[in-house]
Write a protein that binds this ligand. Structure first.
Ligand code: GDP
Length: 299
C-alpha cells in the first residue's frame, strides 16, 4: 500500500491541494459543489464519479462548513464503491491445459513487460508457463519477450520478423498442449495506426486458437498506460470490440498525475482490473485493491 500511495502521490497531491484551496473557510453551496465537480472531472475521474462524490458530499454537508478532509473522506468512499465491483483477480482454469491468455493493447502500454511480470508470478507459484511472441512486427518486442522468458524460467516460442501472427499463435498453442504447459501467454502487436489490419490480425488469432479449443483464448487481457489519461477510455472501447477483452491491467501507476483515469474506466466499462503496474521491475505488478486505490487517490 505504501508503494501504491507513493506511486499515486502526484495524482492525490494535485487533487488534495486543489480541494483544500477550494474549501478554505467556505460553506458548501452550489458554487463550491460545481467547482469541485469540475476539479474532479479535470482529474480524469469521469463525470459519473464526479457527480457521485458531489452528490454524497451535498447530502451530508450542504449549507455547512466543510474541510478538505471531509471531502477526501467522502471522495474515498465513493471511489471505492465505483472500484469494488471491478477489483477481480485474474482467475486461471487449469483444467484447460494450457489456460491461454491473449495480451492486447496499444504499443508502448506495457504488454511485454506485463507478460514478463505475470510469468514471474505464475512460475513462482509452480506453474509451467510458455510465452509466445505474437508481436511479429517489432524485433525489439520479440527480443524483449525472449529475455523475460529466460528471466522467469518460461518456455519461449517466436518466429521471424513479419511472419503471420496467427500462425505463430496456433503453433504455440499446439506446442503448449504437447508440452503440457499450464499457462500460455501470447503477446500481440498493437499498431493502432492501421486499425483494419490490427482488427483482422487479432480476429484471426482468436479464430485459430478456437480451432484447438472453442473457449480459447480463455482470458483476453488488455494493458492500458495510466499516463495517457482520457485516451485510455477510447482504447478500451476499440479493443473490447475487436478482441473481446475480459479484463485490464493498468500500467505506469508509479509517478503519474493521471491515475484517476482508472476510476473513469471502471465506471464506464465495468471490466475486471486484474492487476496494476507500479514500476518496470519484475515484482512491480500488484493485485488491484479497491479500498487501497481509492484512499491512495483521495489523499
Ligand atoms: P509494449 O509495447 O506494449 O509491449 O510495452 P513495453 O512492455 O515494451 O513497455 C513500454 C515501456 O513502458 C517500457 O520502457 C517499460 O519498461 C515501461 N513500463 C511498462 N510497465 C510499466 C510500469 O508499470 N511502470 C513504469 N514506470 N514503466 C513501465
Amino acid at each position: 500500500f505504501q508503494r501504491l500511495k507513493a506511486g499515486l502521490f502526484r495524482t492525490s497531491s494535485q487533487l488534495t491541494q486543489q480541494i483544500s484551496s477550494l474549501f478554505t473557510k467556505r460553506k458548501l453551496d452550489d458554487d463550491t459543489l460545481e467547482e469541485l465537480e469540475e476539479l474532479l472531472i479535470r482529474a480524469d475521474l469521469g463525470v459519473e464519479t464526479a457527480m457521485r462524490v458531489t452528490g454524497a458530499l451535498s447530502a451530508e454537508r450542504y449549507g455547512r462548513d466543510v474541510t478538505g478532509e471531509d471531502v477526501s473522506r467522502i471522495m474515498a468512499g465513493e471511489i471505492e464503491k465505483v472500484l469494488a465491483p471491478v477489483a477481480k483477480p485474474l482467475e486461471l482454469d487449469l483444467n484447460h491445459k494450457p489456460h491461454v491468455i491473449l495480451v492486447v493493447g496499444v504499443n508502448g502500454t506495457g504488454k511485454t513487460t506485463t507478460i514478463g511480470k505475470l510469468a514471474a508470478k505464475l512460475s513462482g507459484a509452480g506453474l509451467k508457463v510458455m510465452l509466445a511472441a505474437g508481436d511479429t512486427f517489432r524485433a525489439a518486442a520479440i527480443e524483449q519477450l525472449k529475455i523475460w522468458a529466460g528471466r522467469t524460467g518460461s518456455e519461449f516460442i517466436g518466429t521471424q520478423l513479419g511472419a503471420d501472427a496467427a500462425g505463430l499463435a496456433y503453433d504455440a498453442y499446439k506446442k503448449a498442449i504437447e508440452k503440457r504447459s499450464d499457462v500460455l501467454i501470447i503477446d500481440t502487436a498493437g499498431r493502432l495506426q492501421n486499425k483494419a489490419e490490427l482488427m483482422a490480425e487479432l480476429e484471426k488469432i482468436v479464430r485459430v486458437l478456437g480451432k484447438l479449443d472453442p473457449d480459447a483464448p480463455h482470458t483476453v487481457l488488455q494493458t492500458l498506460d495510466a499516463t495517457t489519461g482520457q485516451n485510455a477510455l477510447q482504447q478500451v472501447e476499440i479493443f473490447r470490440n475487436i478482441a473481446g477483452v475480459s479484463g485490464l491491467v493498468m500500467t505506469k501507476l508509479d509517478g503519474t498525475a493521471r491515475g484517476g483515469i482508472l476510476v473513469a474506466i471502471a465506471a464506464k466499462h465495468k471490466l475486471p482490473v486484474y492487476f496494476i503496474g507500479v514500476g518496470e521491475g519484475i515484482d512491480d505488478l500488484e493485485p488491484f485493491e479497491a479500498k487501497d486505490f481509492a484512499s491512495a487517490i483521495a489523499g
